[in-house]
Design a protein around this ligand. Structure first.
Ligand code: NOJ
Length: 545
C-alpha cells in the first residue's frame, strides 16, 4: 500500500523523452531547511544558512540540492502544509534570499530543487479559507455527509458546513483533482475535467512556472500518487503527470520532477523524470538499510536488511524490484535511491553505527540509480531516539523528528548550527558526547565524510559507475559483487563478518580505484567486515559470461 493508503498500480505508459543529462549525472543532497544552518540566530535554519555552506557542499561533490518545503506555512506538518506556494516562509528568509541561493549555487555549477506539495494545502491557505464559506467553490473535495470510506472526512465549522476530505493530517485539505470513477449520486466524486480539478491543474503549472522562472531546476513532488481519488491502476493520476511532463518538456526544457511515489515502475512511465524507492511502498529500500530494530526508527519493519551488521539480509528483494523497475522505465527516467529522508531513519540507526555505513555509500554511489544523500548522513549523524514532537513530526508511532535534528558542523556547544541558546533550537542536538561533526570529519582523512567524498568524486569521474550502462551481478549477498559495464568491479560487504567470493576473471589483477578492506587476489575476493572496493579491470582481463 502507498503512503496515502492507495494500492500500488500501473499508470499508462507513454513514450517520454529521455531525462536531462544533468539529472542522469546528479548526486542529490536533501536539506531539511529548519535544521541545516541558522544564519540569523533564531534557532531555526534558513536559506542564507544554506548559502553560507555551499562551499562545503561543493567540496563534498554533491551538485543538486533538494530543499524540503521552504514556503509560507503555519507549520502543522513541518511546512508540508503550504499557505502560499509563491512566497518563502519568513522564518527561512525571502524570495530574494531564494534568488541569491539559486544564483550562488549556479555560480558553483550546482542546482536547486524545491519541494512541490500538489495534493493538499494548509487549512490556512486563502483558497481553503474561501472554500469553507462558499458552497460553489470546488478547489477542495466536499461532502454534506461523512462519505465512504469514512477516513479523512473532517467537519467544517464555517458557513459552508459539511465535511472536507483531508489528504494527510486534518490540517491538510485535499485539493480536488477529481475522481477516476465519478458518480452523480455522490456529488463530491467529480470528474477529472470538472472546473475545480482544471483550476487546480492550472495552479500547479503556475506554481512550478513561478519557481522555474526564478531558476529552480526541478521539484521533488510530495505524495505524487495521491491526486486523483479512487483511481484504480493510477490511470488518471498518471495521465495528469504525463501532461505535466509534456508541458515541462515543452515550456521548461531541462527542468525535472522527482516523485515521492515510491514505485518507480509506475511513476516514471506515468511522467516523472525519476521516482524514489521508499520505505513505505514495497520492500526494496528497506531490504537494503532498514535496521529491523522496530522501535528504533520510523517504519522499521523488523525484517533483516542487507546492510545489517549481523548479516542476516539478502540483496535478492532489492534486485528483483530493481530489475522490474529498470525494465518498465526503459531509459525514460531513473530510480532515485535515498540514504534516508526526513520521514524515516538514517543510515546510522539502532545497531548500525557510523563506522559501519561506508559500504552502503559505496553501493549507493556505484549503482545505476540517482543517489540522494540526506543531510548529515555523510558524516554518520545518527537517528536520535526519544526526541519530542515538533510541528507534526510525530506521526502516530513514527518519531520522524529523530531524523531531523540539527546539522552538526563543528565541536562547539551549538555544533555550529546556530548562535541561539540551545533551548531555542528547532529540535535538540544529538546529546551523544561522541556525535560526529563536519569540522572534525574534514580534518580526518579516514572519516566517513572523506570516504563519501572520494566515492562521489569517483562516480563523477567515471561515467561507467553512473546511471547509464549495465550492471552484472557476479555474487549476491555477502559480499555483493557486480560489474558496471565490462570494465569496473564493485565489491560491498555490509556485515561485520568477513566474506569471500570467487573472482572468475582471467588476466592481470584489477586496479583499485577506491578500496577499503577488500582484496582481489588470484581467483578470490576477500572482503573484511564493513568493507568495499571499486576496481578497474586490467586491459587483458576478461570475466566469463
Ligand atoms: C510526505 C512528506 O515527506 C511528509 O513529511 C509529509 O508529512 C507528508 N508527505 C504530507 O505532506
Amino acid at each position: 500500500m502507498g503512503f496515502n493508503g492507495q494500492p500500488i498500480g500501473t499508470a499508462p505508459v507513454r513514450a517520454h523523452r529521455r531525462p536531462p543529462s544533468w539529472l542522469s549525472e546528479a548526486v542529490v543532497y536533501q536539506i531539511y531547511p529548519a535544521t541545516f544552518a541558522d544564519s540569523d540566530g533564531d534557532g531555526i535554519g534558513d536559506l542564507r544558512g544554506v548559502r553560507d555552506h555551499l562551499d562545503h557542499l561543493d567540496w563534498l561533490g554533491v551538485d543538486t540540492l533538494w530543499l524540503s518545503p521552504c514556503f509560507a506555512s503555519p507549520f502543522g506538518d513541518g511546512g508540508y502544509d503550504v499557505s502560499d506556494y509563491l512566497t518563502v516562509a519568513p522564518r527561512y528568509g525571502s524570495n530574494e534570499d531564494a534568488d541569491a541561493l539559486i544564483e550562488a549555487a549556479r555560480a558553483r555549477g550546482m542546482r536547486i530543487m524545491l519541494d512541490l506539495v500538489p495534493g493538499h494545502t494548509s487549512h490556512q491557505h486563502p483558497w481553503f479559507q474561501a472554500a469553507v464559506q462558499d458552497p460553489d467553490d470546488h478547489r477542495y473535495i466536499w461532502s454534506d455527509r461523512v462519505a465512504s470510506p469514512v477516513r479523512g472526512w473532517i467537519p467544517n465549522h464555517a458557513a459552508r458546513g459539511g465535511y472536507y476530505l483531508a489528504n494527510f493530517y486534518p490540517i491538510q485539505p485535499a485539493l480536488n483533482f477529481g475522481y477516476a470513477r465519478p458518480d452523480p449520486a455522490e456529488p463530491w466524486r467529480q470528474p477529472v475535467d470538472a472546473a475545480g480539478p482544471r483550476a487546480n491543474r492550472a495552479a500547479l503549472r503556475e506554481i512550478m512556472g513561478h519557481w522555474f522562472d526564478r531558476g529552480v531546476s526541478g521539484f521533488r513532488v510530495d505524495m505524487a500518487a495521491s491526486l486523483v481519488k479512487d483511481d484504480p491502476g493510477f490511470v488518471e493520476t498518471g495521465r495528469l503527470w504525463g501532461e505535466m511532463r509534456e508541458w515541462i518538456d515543452r515550456e521548461h526544457p531541462g527542468r525535472i520532477l522527482l516523485s515521492e511515489w515510491g514505485d518507480p515502475k509506475t511513476a516514471v512511465p506515468a511522467g516523472f523524470h525519476a521516482d524514489f524507492f521508499l520505505h513505505f511502498t514495497g520492500p526494496a529500500l528497506r531490504s537494503l538499510w532498514d535496521n529491523g530494530t522496530g522501535s528504533q526508527g520510523p517504519w522499521a519493519d523488523g525484517r533483516p536488511c542487507y546492510f545489517d551488521p549481523d548479516g542476516r539480509g539478502s540483496m535478492s528483494t532489492f534486485l528483483e524490484a530493481w530489475r522490474e523497475a529498470d525494465a518498465a522505465i526503459d531509459g525514460t527516467g531513473h530510480v532515485a535511491l535515498p540514504t534516508a529522508n526526513h520521514d524515516f531513519s538514517r543510515l546510522a540507526c539502532g545497531p548500525r553505527t557510523r563506522d559501519m555505513v561506508a559500504p552502503a555509500f559505496a553501493f549507493l554511489l556505484t549503482w545505476p540509480s540517482v543517489p540522494v544523500v540526506y543531510y548529515g548522513d555523510e558524516i554518520g549523524m545518527r537517528y536520535v531516539p526519544g526526541v519530542p514532537d515538533k510541528e507534526g513530526s510525530q506521526l502516530d508511532s513514527e518519531a520522524r523528528q529523530g531524523s531531523r535534528t540539527p546539522m552538526q558542523w563543528d565541536g562547539s556547544a551549538g555544533a555550529g548550527f546556530s548562535e541561539a541558546a540551545e533551548d531555542r533550537f528547532y529540535l535538540p542536538l544529538d546529546p551523544d558526547g561522541d556525535r560526529p561533526d563536519v569540522a572534525a570529519a574534514r580534518a580526518d582523512e579516514g572519516s566517513l565524510l572523506h570516504h563519501v567524498r572520494r566515492l562521489i568524486a569517483l562516480r563523477r569521474q567515471t561515467p561507467a559507475l553512473g546511471t547509464g550502462g549495465t550492471v552484472r551481478v557476479l555474487h549476491q549477498d555477502y559480499p555483493f559483487v557486480y560489474l558496471r559495464g565490462d570494465r569496473h568491479l564493485v565489491v560491498v560487504n555490509g556485515r561485520r563478518e568477513p566474506a569471500t567470493a570467487p573472482w572468475p576473471a582471467t588476466g592481470s589483477a584489477p586496479r583499485a580505484l577506491a578500496a577499503h578492506g577488500v582484496e582481489v587476489t588470484g581467483s578470490d575476493i576477500r572482503a573484511a567486515g564493513f568493507s568495499y572496493g571499486v576496481y578497474e579491470l586490467a586491459p587483458d582481463a576478461a570475466v566469463p559470461a
